[in-house]
Design a protein around this ligand. Structure first.
Ligand SMILES: C[S@+](CC[C@H](N)C(=O)[O-])C[C@H]1O[C@@H](n2cnc3c(N)ncnc32)[C@H](O)[C@@H]1O
Length: 332
């Protein structure tokens, strides 16, 4: 698997995250990405260098825990999040071919590709080694790509590629991500086989179980350490958490599309579970999302739960608003 690296003790927890929204060109209600079968997804994931560990489903979504993070499929939305040395962007063109073949004529109505700066970019495969390489690859597929970097480019930053002048998503849509590193060693021990027997025990002990009530949880504890979970709710909503507990490269990611007017309490709960020394947060919401006001709540938050804000940027894109913010504190 792509997690096996030249430095055996280092794991690149930082994920590449791709979200693609499709629509039938004929307004065909039977257009559904969930008509694509498991063998086809497995084939696509082989290109990315990861594999399916388990699957959970609701009426609205299929959610997969992968050897390197997660994949979520709804009627019109494809999300793939992969860490380690995976080659996620190699799947972009095959994905569009697969959707044409299995679901019929369609248009791509929006694309988002993002990731934090890698800890060891030199260990990535060529296509992902620099953001410029990634942008070059995507620009060959899309004429209307727009690439941004938020944060300090000589320190911690976050890259984003999206499309301009697209019809955009017609439904309310929002995503919050917290990417955390230099993690509290005590908290990280929970995500090892030494302390927890399986994923369910780690989910309980860490408090992940209480972040959002009522989730259908699919969790997995790697041997000897490492943890991934998907939690799904009716309506195509999810949370996903991935943990690299090794002390010299500790990293945790939290992502959710659950709509909330304010994400303040959710952020508090997530930080309480993991106690990172540093984290960056991104909040995306389109103009019809109830989360569209949530950006205001972060404007004046110079301090948050003992953390001090280092960066804060707000972007007003054509269809979405985005807050990028980075906080830090001494490890406790
Ligand atoms: C897949 S998980 C979660 C990665 C995630 N992107 C994160 O946020 O850190 C990676 C963790 O599981 C461990 N692990 C153990 N066996 C693994 C395997 N076969 N494939 C991938 N990771 C494995 C890694 O060492 C690492 O600590």
């Amino acid at each position: 698997m792509a997690g096996v690296q030249s430095d055996p003790h280092f794991f690149e927890g930082t994920e590449k995250l791709l979200e693609v929204w499709f629509e039938s060109t004929k307004g065909d209600d039977s257009f559904d990405l969930r008509n694509i079968g498991r063998l086809d997804w497995e084939h696509l994931l082989r290109i990315v260098r990861c594999e399916i560990i388990s699957k959970s489903s609701s009426d609205d979504m299929d959610a997969y825990v992968l050897s390197e993070s997660s994949m979520f499929i709804t009627q019109k939305r494809f999300i793939l999040k992969t860490c380690g040395r995976t080659t996620l962007l190699l799947a972009m063109e095959p994905l569009i071919r697969l959707v044409t073949e299995k679901c019929g004529d369609h248009k791509v109505v929006d694309v988002f590709y993002s990731r934090k700066k890698f800890a060891k970019p030199e260990q990535q495969h060529k296509i992902h080694r620099t953001f410029e390489d990634e942008v070059h690859h995507l620009d060959q597929l899309f004429k209307n790509g727009a690439a941004y970097t938020l944060g300090k480019i000589n320190k911690d930053c976050w890259h984003l590629y999206m499309l301009e002048d697209v019809p955009g998503v017609k439904d309310p849509d929002q995503t919050i991500e917290l990417l955390m590193w230099n993690m509290c060693p005590e908290k990280m021990k929970i995500f090892t086989k030494e302390v927890s027997e399986d994923g369910a025990e780690a989910t309980q002990k860490s408090g992940i179980i209480d972040i959002i009530p009522g989730l259908q949880i699919d969790d997995f504890l790697f041997d000897p350490c490492g943890y991934s979970m998907n939690g799904i709710l009716p309506g195509g909503y999810y949370i996903t958490i991935h943990i690299t507990p090794e002390p010299h490269c500790s990293y945790v990611s939290f992502e959710s599309n659950v709509p909330q007017e304010s994400y303040y309490d959710l952020v508090h709960k997530v930080l309480g579970c993991f106690n990172p020394e540093k984290f960056l947060m991104t909040v995306f919401s389109n103009k019809i999302s109830i989360a569209k006001e949530s950006h205001k709540h972060f404007e004046d938050l110079y301090r948050l739960k003992g953390y001090k804000r280092k960066d804060h940027q707000f972007c007003a894109f054509q269809n979405y608003n985005l807050t990028y913010t980075m906080y830090t504190r001494p490890i406790i």
